[in-house]
Design a binder for this molecule. Structure first.
Ligand SMILES: [Fe+2]
Ligand SMILES: [Fe+2]
Length: 364
């Protein structure tokens, strides 16, 4: 770090001027990564006896800590020429790093809190390892950001960011999905850049392979937690909730990725292709525990994702307007987004029967 100390301060001033990253990380819109809190006592009462054998195996893997030395810059970390980077790309890359860092850190905060409040040794051990991993992930991204002269003040963020309360079962659905989707996102970019190394415009992508294995195991842990209580995935109402979370998580990702055209163009990735690929991988994995799957090849799927994305762009534009056009603009765009979401939600789901044994290994 700090190889170019002479220009570093100038760069810092210039970038800090343009990007208020603390404010970026703190923003609590529908689309930004959120901070969660839950009923920790209820979570603590989980009994993992029904999945004991698989549980112990997974915890054993986490305890062995295969990625202990991974999140450090080595000579493979090429120098990034932030000055020469096209400004649009620079802005979107920083936005990508800030939102990834916030998401990693939000996991860390939730997991650490559970570990701190829990008395159940199984739960405490699991959440301790997961918090350890997420802290490393967030720290590593923050290191990368620091080279650009910006960094997310994580301590400040914990206090300033708003927390959303979710019942434990919603934490399972949402967190399970975000861990698995995180795996699918990282591995898809990694494989793409493996085939197209000339598109690797930042060294952090080289770290994604081992990284996504951490996310994969975190997802495995939530799959096991859900398996301790069949009602969580089998009751009629909970199936509707799972369907809701799948639709919400997928469509949010679609809208958020489309806000970074320059970033994806530099990677040489078509966003629609990338997102569908990530959904497909995530859905394949989620068959391990979810009895329903959204039909991403349905003729209404893509058109309504696009409709939703357009509605969000209109909402953003309306935000900048004033007076009546602001109110009207926000109302119509909000209704359009809600309508698109309802259409996505109502696409008939595919029903699957989760296998006897829940555990999977990362195979992509
Ligand atoms: Fe992570
Ligand atoms: Fe994770």
């Amino acid at each position: 770090m700090n190889v170019h100390a002479t220009t570093h301060d100038e760069l810092h001033a210039e970038i800090a001027d343009k990007f208020d990253t603390d404010a970026m990380a703190q923003e609590s819109t529908l689309l930004n990564p959120r901070f969660y809190t839950t009923d920790f006592d209820e979570l603590d009462r989980i009994d993992v006896t029904p999945v004991r054998e698989e549980w112990d195996k997974l915890i054993g893997q986490m305890k062995a800590d295969p990625n202990k030395g991974h999140f450090k810059k080595t000579e493979a970390w090429d120098k990034v020429d932030w000055d020469a980077m096209e400004p649009g790309l620079k802005r979107e890359l920083i936005d990508f790093l800030v939102s990834s860092c916030t998401a990693e850190f939000s996991g860390c905060v939730l997991y650490k809190e559970m570990k701190r409040r829990g008395k159940n040794p199984d739960i405490c051990e699991l959440f301790n390892y997961m918090a350890r991993d997420e802290a490393r992930h967030a720290g590593f991204i923050n290191d990368a950001l620091r080279e650009a002269g910006v960094a997310v003040n994580l301590g400040f963020l914990t206090k300033a960011k708003k927390y959303t309360y979710f019942r434990p079962k919603f934490i399972y659905y949402a967190t399970y999905l975000s861990e698995k989707i995180g795996y699918a996102r990282y591995i898809t970019i990694y494989r793409h850049l493996e085939a197209n190394p000339d598109k690797r415009f930042h060294p952090i992508f080289k770290w994604f392979k081992e990284w996504c294995n951490d996310e994969f195991s975190h997802g495995e842990a939530f799959a096991l937690l859900m398996r301790t209580d069949p009602k969580l995935t089998e009751s009629f109402v909970n199936k509707l909730w799972i369907r809701f979370f799948l639709t919400a998580v997928y469509s949010t990702m679609y809208v958020r990725d489309h806000a970074r055209p320059a970033f994806h163009e530099a990677l040489g990735v078509d966003i629609d292709w990338y997102d569908q690929e990530v959904f497909r991988k995530t859905s394949t994995i989620a068959r391990q525990v979810f009895p329903v799957e959204v039909d991403i090849d349905h003729p209404r799927w893509m058109p309504n994702l696009k409709r939703m994305e357009r509605a969000f762009r209109k909402m953003e534009a309306a935000e900048k307007a004033t007076g009546l056009s602001k109110t009207m603009g926000k109302l119509t765009a909000g209704a359009q987004a809600a309508f698109a979401f309802a259409s996505l939600y109502l696409i008939p789901v595919k029903k699957t029967t989760p296998p006897e044994s829940v555990r999977l290994e990362p195979a992509f």
